[in-house]
Design a protein around this ligand. Structure first.
Ligand SMILES: *Cc1c(COP(=O)(O)O)cnc(C)c1O
Length: 357
């Protein structure tokens, strides 16, 4: 195109046209939403009270470093506060990690299918990516991920348990993988669903992050702690990484109300974590019923289950919607269904039972 053929007006990056948009779970009034891995129970009164007090001060900027929350998280984890970075949900921390570690010639490695943000973030930041297919059992293929690491690799995401399949990698295989990953590559264990894990063979990423110089852990208040609407997550990583995360952090990103609610949620951790235990029990019940019906649900360690429906995925999700249940469809691949209250799960199971397979 010659100079005078260039259209007038503002131009945005051409490569953004190819970017898949993040698709949030649908909300339909009157329907049961099992599409976004939220907990169905509303906030605790103590958390609402803390939110109210914080709201009275919203004319003031928040503490940009979220000092009080950071210190509490550090104490709980048994690490120095400098090794904790707070973000607006762990999604933002995923982006900060890529911004902090990678330049345009570098690459990020992750499993696929996995968390929808992993392919989006490197593209937004402008760095390379390699997707490594899950095994036939819908689990991270750590050997193949190891093989995908090149001199250009700076960061590997391991989503454990994996969103959307719910599958988890275990201690021995993860340790073997970590032993083999070059030390200059940061392995980010995204543990958004850690609190729902019941298999003792699934390692606590925090322990690994404390033992190793190239491991980071992402945790969030959105899932187990029920604060999805407020956007708080955190990363525990080597100090060199958290320091870099703070450099790419947009000041005051984590707001005053979110910081207060996160702290109040830590005060109520026992109560909130007990709810996770109940959700894990429901997960086993729902998985059992679905497997009886022939849905081939892989073992889940999260607060959702995966139905590998392939080409019939969209049809199944439409059928659920007709029955007033919203699930999350990944067209051509499968449906992810969040575990809700027993009544909500029963509604979903009834919908699934009435589907002509
Ligand atoms: C939900 C989720 C997150 C984070 O969510 P935030 O609300 O941004 O904290 C991160 N990773 C995975 C795999 C998730 O499923």
């Amino acid at each position: 195109m010659s100079e005078d053929e260039v259209p007038a007006g503002v131009r945005v990056r051409a490569d953004l046209a190819a970017l898949p948009a993040y698709v949030p779970g649908r909300t339909v009034s009157g329907a049961i939403k099992l599409a976004s891995n939220e907990v169905s129970a509303g906030p605790l009164p103590s958390v609402l009270e803390a939110i109210g007090s914080a709201a009275a001060e919203i004319n003031r900027y928040p503490d940009s470093g979220a000092t009080a929350l950071t210190e509490r998280l550090a104490a709980r984890a048994g690490v120095d506060a400098e090794r904790v970075a707070i973000g607006c949900g762990s999604v933002t921390l995923c982006q900060q990690l890529v911004q902090a570690l990678c330049t345009p010639v570098d690459e990020v490695v992750f499993a696929w299918r996995s968390f929808e943000m992993y392919p989006i973030v490197p593209q937004v930041v402008g760095v390379g990516q390699r997707r490594v297919p899950l095994t036939a059992g819908h689990v991270h293929d750590l050997d193949a991920m190891r093989a995908a690491i090149t001199p250009a690799t700076r960061l590997v995401f391991v989503c454990n348990p994996n969103n959307p399949t719910g599958t988890a990698v275990r201690q021995a295989e993860l340790e073997r993988f970590l032993d083999e990953v070059p030390e200059h590559v940061l392995v980010v264990l995204d543990e958004a669903y850690r609190e729902f894990v019941t298999d003792e063979q699934v390692p606590d990423g925090l322990t690994l992050a404390k033992q190793r110089r190239n491991v980071a852990v992402l945790r969030t208040f959105s899932k187990a702690y029920g604060l999805a609407g407020l956007r708080v997550g955190y990363c525990i990583a080597p100090a060199v990484v958290t320091e870099a995360l703070r450099k790419v952090f947009v000041p005051f990103g984590v707001n005053r109300i979110a910081q207060a609610a996160a702290q109040a949620s830590l005060d109520a951790a026992d109560e909130l974590l007990a709810r996770c235990g109940e959700i894990a029990q429901e997960r086993e019940r729902v998985s059992g019923v679905l497997n009886e019906a022939g849905f081939a649900v892989p073992p889940s360690q999260a607060n959702f289950v995966w139905l590998p429906l392939g080409e019939r995925t969209t049809e199944f999700s439409e059928h659920c919607l007709t029955n007033k249940v919203i699930v999350r469809a990944f067209a051509g691949d499968g449906c992810r269904v969040t575990i809700g209250s027993p009544e909500e799960n029963d509604a979903f199971l009834a919908a699934a039972a009435s589907w002509q397979r």
